[in-house]
Design a binder for this molecule. Structure first.
Ligand SMILES: C[S@@+](CC[C@H](N)C(=O)[O-])C[C@H]1O[C@@H](n2cnc3c(N)ncnc32)[C@H](O)[C@@H]1O
Length: 294
């Protein structure tokens, strides 16, 4: 495969830069400012994230992945193992390698693997950018049948080399899952963003930037849109308001609190079911996937 960045047609656009800078602007600079690094941010966020994901439909993708009957799987940015763990239990799968820089996430993954008596998961506690093709292939004793990277590409940098490495260590299918269209309540969110974050809402980079980076590498992926949803159970609306602090630097002012409350009410995202209160997000995920040409 061509290692060089080929410009697509006459478009003189830095797709990788547009994606990376857009994500930084949208939220990840705040993670770095508040926690020191993205990895530290995920160490902090891991337990809450895992709880929220228990009520999501993210694993709808498992059926599609299982159809390839992979024997070896690589999960890039595996988090606490939402894919790595069920894949390791899948009949055809002999080995799963999970690459994950956050020890907070990996500790949860390892505890769950131990509780389920899984012995076919190997973990690499590194950023994807810091792994080498040699170590990935050596650990697996060959290339991987299936590679999945779910909701990690917001943070992975050096996209051309990162994608090239995914392609190079794969002998089967590569799947990248990423948030796409903002949820339908976005216009309501936009209205309150400036009061909550004290700056205008930055333009969000489109997932097609990732597609274009792959095209620059001579890869021709498919894209599918998936409906995504997740619920967060809470005891009160105030609990959600309070938890928003996690995505802000410093304490919430009274005006920020009232903007969050107004947003939650107007967006209709707070629901009640059998006496339990929850906050529901509905959005679209883009599934970018291709069969590796050998
Ligand atoms: C939103 S979570 C997604 C976790 C899981 N894949 C899922 O679908 O729920 C993002 C994960 O990407 C990891 N991550 C951040 N930077 C990374 C990097 N440079 N390389 C690999 N993973 C990274 C984070 O530590 C975190 O666990």
């Amino acid at each position: 495969m061509n290692n060089n960045k080929n410009k697509i047609g006459s478009l003189n656009i830095e797709w990788a830069k547009m994606w990376q800078e857009g994500i930084l602007d949208a939220w990840s600079h705040l993670y770095i400012q508040k926690y020191g690094s993205i990895t530290e941010a995920w160490n902090h966020k891991a337990p809450e994230y895992v709880k929220t994901m228990e009520h999501s439909n993210r694993t709808q993708l498992l059926e599609k992945l299982g159809q390839h009957r992979p024997e070896t799987v690589l999960d890039v940015g595996a988090g606490a193992g939402i894919f790595a763990l069920p894949l390791a239990k899948t009949k055809s799968v002999k080995r799963v390698v999970a690459v994950e820089p956050s020890t907070g996430m990996l500790d949860i993954l390892k505890d769950k693997a131990e509780a389920d008596k899984l012995t076919n998961i190997d973990c690499i506690n590194k950023k994807w950018e810091d792994t080498t093709e040699e170590e990935l292939i050596e650990l697996n004793k060959g290339k991987y049948d299936l590679i999945i990277s779910s909701h990690a590409l917001y943070y992975i940098t050096d996209l051309h080399n990162s994608f090239k490495k995914i392609n190079d260590v794969c002998r089967g299918y590569a799947y990248l899952l990423i948030g796409a269209a903002a949820n339908t309540k976005d216009s309501v969110y936009e209205k309150y963003y400036e009061r909550i974050y004290r700056k205008p809402k930055p333009p969000y980079p489109d997932y097609t930037c990732l597609y274009m980076v792959l095209r620059e590498l001579d890869i021709h992926p498919n894209i599918e849109m998936l409906d995504a949803h997740t619920k967060k159970y809470v005891n009160s609306v105030e609990e959600i308001v309070e938890s928003w602090k996690d995505n802000l630097d410093g304490e919430l002012t009274e005006d920020q609190r009232s903007a969050i409350r107004a947003y939650l009410t107007e967006s209709g995202m707070i629901k009640e079911e059998e006496g339990g209160l929850y906050w529901v997000w509905r959005s679209k995920d883009a599934l970018i996937h291709w069969k590796v040409e050998e």
